[in-house]
Every structure is written in structure tokens, then in C-alpha cells.
Design a protein around this ligand. Structure first.
Ligand code: 2BA
Length: 109
């Protein structure tokens, strides 16, 4: 068995939830915050049998889009302002950041 942790953008989270239910995967959604942008995203915890892992990754791939996002750079604290640009910079966020972990044991009591 594997535990898949998938960090996805909030905009994709409902669509991914629906697709997971339709394909009979069980998932837990956690409200999370990106460390860089400090904006809300959604982390899915999905337990799956090894032989369904590829199908699961394909569903995540199909339902999560990469998007360009503007970020307002933070002003330097006390440092030199020479390298600081006040203009927003564009970063590409997502589709999905996915971790696959081995599961040692799975119980439902
Ligand atoms: P954030 O940390 O808010 O990052 C949003 C996007 O900002 C990233 O998209 C990346 O394009 C950019 N970014 C992040 N850190 C950066 C840095 N130090 N310098 C320049 N640009 C940076 P993604 O890579 O697609 O990540 C989307 C979200 O997935 C992240 O939101 C974070 O919540 C999660 N994530 C990504 N990599 C992770 C990791 N290694 N461990 C845990 N969570 C991760």
C-alpha cells in the first residue's frame, strides 16, 4: 500500500475530489498554506493499493493545472535595497506536488 500526499491549488481541489470519488479512491482533504506564496492550497491524503498507484497519479495529473501567478516581492528587512524590485514577479504554481510514501500498516478500528 502507498500513501499519496498531493498538494494542489484550491481551484483544482473540487474537480480532483469529484474525479477521485468517481474512480472509487478514498481521500482526506486538508486545508494547507504554501510556505512561499503563503496562500491557501489543499493537501490530499490518499491511501491506495500499489497496483492502483499509476491510475491515481494519472487522475491527479489530468485534474490539476499549472498556472502563472503574480507574487509581490517582500521588501528587504534592514538590508540593502539595491537588489529589491518593487514589481510583481511571475511564478508557475502546480499542477500538483505529489509525494508517494510506503505504508507500513493500515488499520480501521
Ligand atoms: P508555495 O510554497 O506557496 O509555492 C508556490 C510556488 O512558488 C511554487 O510552485 C514555485 O513555483 C514557487 N516557489 C516556491 N518556493 C520558491 C523559492 N524558494 N524560490 C522561488 N520560487 C519558489 P510549486 O513548486 O508548484 O509548489 C506549489 C505548492 O506545493 C507550494 O506552495 C507548497 O505548498 C507545495 N510544495 C512544493 N514543493 C514542496 C516540497 N518540497 N515540500 C512540501 N511542499 C511543497
Amino acid at each position: 500500500m502507498k500513501l499519496v500526499l498531493a498538494v494542489v491549488q484550491d481551484k483544482d481541489s473540487n474537480r480532483l475530489s469529484q474525479a477521485l470519488i468517481k474512480a472509487n479512491f478514498r481521500a482526506t482533504k486538508l486545508a494547507s498554506t504554501g510556505g512561499f506564496l503563503r496562500e491557501g492550497n489543499t493537501t490530499f491524503l490518499i491511501g491506495t493499493d500499489d497496483d492502483q498507484l499509476e491510475e491515481l497519479l494519472e487522475i491527479i495529473r489530468e485534474n490539476c493545472k499549472a498556472r502563472e501567478q503574480l507574487v509581490a516581492p517582500m521588501a528587504p528587512l534592514g538590508g540593502s535595497a539595491d537588489a529589491y524590485s518593487p514589481y510583481p514577479v511571475e511564478v508557475e504554481v502546480g499542477g500538483a506536488t505529489v509525494f508517494v510514501l510506503p505504508v507500513e500498516a493500515f488499520h480501521q478500528f
